[in-house]
Design a protein around this ligand. Structure first.
Ligand code: ADP
Length: 445
């Protein structure tokens, strides 16, 4: 195992990684931007170093500054968490060149999966079905028109380098200027104008499979999660195991394993699918720790960060030969500082009061008196419950949300309460439009 590790992230995920390191006896180095100088991740780490500046690009995305700190402090490895540098192949490569271990897959795999079109081609090569659409970049409105004829409207135009629910545009007619608008947006947001198309399947569930590879051909499947409760293609509530007929689950696990084997996957990753009825289609691979990994940890009793460290350090992986089993049901909700009265705009500011139940897992990056800066993602943290079955988990989450209080900033807690107490949530297996329907019926869509 490593002696010392740098955590190239902030907020709840930096704290979560530091806690596992402490348990494993690994010393931690935190980095922080100027607005984060009093953050909890700074006090939790053994050492902390300033990344001068406040915007992401000058701080948590500045790979040279971060690598220099790793070298100076003698950190042998870097855990990137999620977001920021976690899916930048160039950073993984720079770590390799600097003799520092990047905790994640090989740069070539990050690169391939980061190009969502290349990932689609890899899935096809591994014998895994993808949503009908294009495998090469679309070059013109004329090509888009032809696709609308071939596969039928509606179509989703997706940025090849997109992510986080951004860079996705629905096209219903051939007469607009969607192609130009979408490629301009993609160039602006991701520095890559390439677009591809997928059939827009209008009622789907989002189900994903967690995998871990040892880089020597061994792939473990650590269960699955349903992340259909989304707003604008962004996940808000995740649960696992997904409610699936056994045959469908086996098929999805087999697909995920095929993709893992196809690219000799090393470390943790998530294969995402959309489910049209009982038919799964591959959509992408996230080559990093997911926000929603605690759902899997709750049902498997595993520590995914510890497993990531074991794989990266070349230690024996603490897992049985077969796939680990899952017990009961877990649900996670993401708490955001955003204002429902203002179309869910981020609402940064000082947290004046904060209270959560003490009998559930709380992964939160702030405490009362701390300020949520306006420069980064508006997620405050996550609540995670585990029950013997789904009904018990739902009940526990309802109670947890009723007992949660956060003051000083507007949050999505009221919306989460309303979703968790809805009939649709109670029934489960809802599609990705569940929140849209709820917000429309509450009159705030
Ligand atoms: P990102 O990388 O930005 O997260 P994804 O391709 O993973 O983008 O898609 C995000 C979400 O958008 C999915 O979880 C799903 O809800 C929805 N989505 C993606 N592709 C399709 C599709 N072809 N039809 C219907 N919904 C889709």
């Amino acid at each position: 195992m490593f002696r010392k590790l740098l955590v190239a992230n902030r907020g709840e995920i930096a704290i979560r990684i530091i806690r596992t390191c402490r348990r494993l006896g690994v010393r931690t180095v935190a980095v922080y931007s100027d607005p984060d100088k009093d953050s909890l991740h700074v006090t939790e780490a053994d050492e902390a170093y300033r990344l001068e500046g406040f915007r992401s690009r000058n701080t948590y995305l500045d790979s040279e500054k971060i690598l220099a700190i790793a070298r100076e402090t003698g950190a042998e490895a870097i855990h990137p968490g999620y977001g920021f540098l976690s899916e930048r192949a160039s950073f993984a490569r720079a770590c390799e060149q600097a003799g520092i271990i990047f905790i994640g897959p090989k740069p070539e795999v990050i690169e391939m999966m980061g190009d969502k079109m290349a990932a689609r081609r890899a899935a096809v090569a591994a014998g895994v079905p993808v949503v009908p659409g294009s495998l090469e970049p679309l070059r013109s409105m004329a090509e888009l028109k032809q696709l609308l004829v071939d596969i039928g409207a509606p179509i989703l135009l997706k940025a090849a380098s997109g992510g986080g629910g951004k860079g996705i545009r629905a096209v219903w007619h051939a007469d607009g200027d969607d192609f130009t608008l979408a490629s301009n947006e993609a160039r602006e947001a991701f520095g890559d104008e390439r677009l591809y198309a997928e059939k827009y399947l209008t009622s789907v569930r989002h189900v994903e499979v967690q995998l871990l590879g040892d880089g020597n051909g061994k792939i473990w499947i650590l269960g699955d999660r349903d992340c259909s409760a989304q707003r604008r293609h962004q996940k808000l509530v995740e649960e696992g195991p997904a409610l699936l007929p056994p045959g469908v689950r086996l098929k999805m696990w087999d697909y995920a394993r095929r993709i893992g084997k196809h690219c000799n996957y090393e470390n943790a990753g998530t294969v995402e699918f959309i489910l049209d009825g009982e038919t799964p289609y591959f959509i992408e691979v996230n080559t990093r720790l997911q926000v929603e990994h605690p759902v899997t940890e709750a049902v498997t009793s595993l520590d995914i960060v510890a497993l990531m460290l074991q794989v990266a350090a070349g230690d024996a992986v603490n897992l049985p030969d077969g796939d680990p089993s899952c017990q009961g049901h877990a649900i996670e909700v993401r708490l955001y500082a955003e204002d429902p009265a203002q179309d869910f705009r981020p609402s940064p500011g000082r947290i004046t009061a904060m209270q959560f139940p003490d009998d559930i897992r709380i992964d939160v990056g702030f405490e009362p008196g701390k300020t949520i800066p306006p420069f980064y993602d508006a997620m405050i943290g996550k609540l995670i419950v585990h029950g013997k079955d789904r009904a018990e988990a739902v009940e526990k989450m309802r109670t947890a949300l009723a007992q949660s209080r956060l003051e000083g900033v507007a949050t999505n807690i009221p919306m989460l309460r309303s979703l968790l107490s809805s009939m649709e949530f109670d029934r489960g297996a809802f599609d990705t439009k569940v929140l849209e329907r709820l917000l429309t019926s509450n009159g705030c869509a």
